[in-house]
Design a binder for this molecule. Structure first.
Ligand SMILES: Cc1ncc(COP(=O)(O)O)c(C=O)c1O
Length: 360
């Protein structure tokens, strides 16, 4: 790959050492152009049949793109507006009831814990926790679902491979917000029943995009929450209109042509480089940063082969602000003790040096 050419696709790097894709990825100029073009066409020609035909074409193109990214078939992918939307659809669609247990990790992201708490309240579920590394060993006779991160947002730890064995008996829902686009995601190898992912983070698409993978074995057992208009197989059948027979039953309706055009263009920017190369470079640079921070005497939080690096800082909010003024963008984590850098294939050694210099 040509790292300089990839970097040049993102205007943010003209000025900033942007290390915040774990919140929102950098936006390629090509995605801005595609979004503007879609908006302009709709404004000038009206949002007519042609607009909706193009929308339909882009929905299917993007579904196929997401499928290829995670080693799945297009019919196993539902288009979503966010990671959390996919999580909600799984928690509400599995038919869980009083006493059913969900096993999770206590410090998962609110995008998982919020829907979990709501499902516990509404359905009378029991929620039990363990650490991410230990999760496979805590599955018990009442466990009906294991729900956890593929890559932990506060540490960069990766879910243990042993979860694939768990998945043979109990469905596993992976929160892939920090996985898809960042690290290799092969759903058959992961053995998960569901993989919920964000479009706006490591896939560099607009906020309001994402997807949910539903394993074929779980297709029949996941009821469609809704289903909304575009998730109907034959919308013209009135009260007889049922949802699609595949993962499209869980599609979000409100994905505009502009958002999809942006998502498709951003995805293509990365896919053209090659996902293996994108993942390898990002994970390698993140490892380099972790080592350099340690070399500078900082305490790096134990992490895995991922693109996130978190380290201790006595005043993270102030340090984040000071770094931002120097053009280095990272985030502080809840709890007031850590900073986190998100390192992508679009970053370079100079970004890392700017961060290290800003911390000194
Ligand atoms: C691990 C994790 N899960 C869920 C979310 C929420 O993502 P979304 O806004 O796509 O629902 C985030 C966002 O930072 C995250 O890091």
């Amino acid at each position: 790959m040509d790292p300089a050419a990839l970097r040049a696709a993102f205007p943010v790097f003209e000025r900033l050492a942007y290390l915040n894709a774990g919140t929102c990825g950098p936006v390629p100029q090509e995605a801005v152009r595609a979004q503007a073009q879609a908006a302009e066409a709709g404004a000038r020609a009206g949002r007519t049949t042609a607009y909706f035909e193009q929308l339909e074409m882009l929905r299917e193109r993007q579904r196929a793109a997401y499928a290829a990214l995670v080693g799945a078939r297009p019919e196993d992918i539902a288009l979503q507006t966010s990671t959390s939307e996919g999580i909600v659809r799984v928690l509400q669609g599995l038919g869980l009831g009083p006493g059913d247990e969900i096993l999770t990790v206590a410090d998962e992201h609110p995008g998982l814990l919020g829907p979990l708490a709501a499902a516990r309240e509404r359905l009378g579920l029991v929620v039990r926790t363990a650490t991410l590394a230990e999760l496979p060993f805590h599955v018990g006779p009442h466990t009906r679902l294991v729900a956890c991160s593929h890559v932990a947002w506060t540490t960069g730890e990766v879910a243990p491979a042993a979860l694939a064995d768990v998945g043979r008996d109990v469905p596993v829902l992976l929160d892939g917000a920090q996985g898809a686009g960042a690290v290799s995601v092969d759903t058959p190898t992961l053995g998960c029943a569901f993989y919920a992912a964000a479009g706006q983070k490591w896939l560099c698409g607009p906020v309001g995009t994402g997807f949910l993978y539903v394993a074929p074995a779980w297709r029949e057992r996941l009821a469609a929450v809704g289903p909304t208009y575009l998730a109907l197989a034959d919308p013209a059948s009135g009260l007889d209109a049922g949802p699609h027979a595949d993962a499209r039953a869980h599609d979000a309706s409100a994905l505009g042509l502009e958002a999809l055009a942006g998502a498709a263009a951003a995805f293509a920017t990365l896919a053209e480089v090659g996902w293996d190369a994108v993942h390898r470079r990002a994970i390698g640079l993140a490892g380099t940063l972790a080592q350099a921070l340690q070399g500078d005497g900082r305490t790096v939080v134990p992490r895995g082969e991922s693109t996130l690096v978190a380290w201790e800082d006595p005043t993270p909010a102030q340090t984040r602000e000071r770094l931002a003024q120097a053009g280095v963008i990272v985030r502080d984590l809840p709890g007031g003790r850590h900073l986190r850098a998100s390192v992508g294939a679009w970053n370079d050694e100079d970004d890392l040096q700017r961060l290290l210099a800003g911390l000194a």
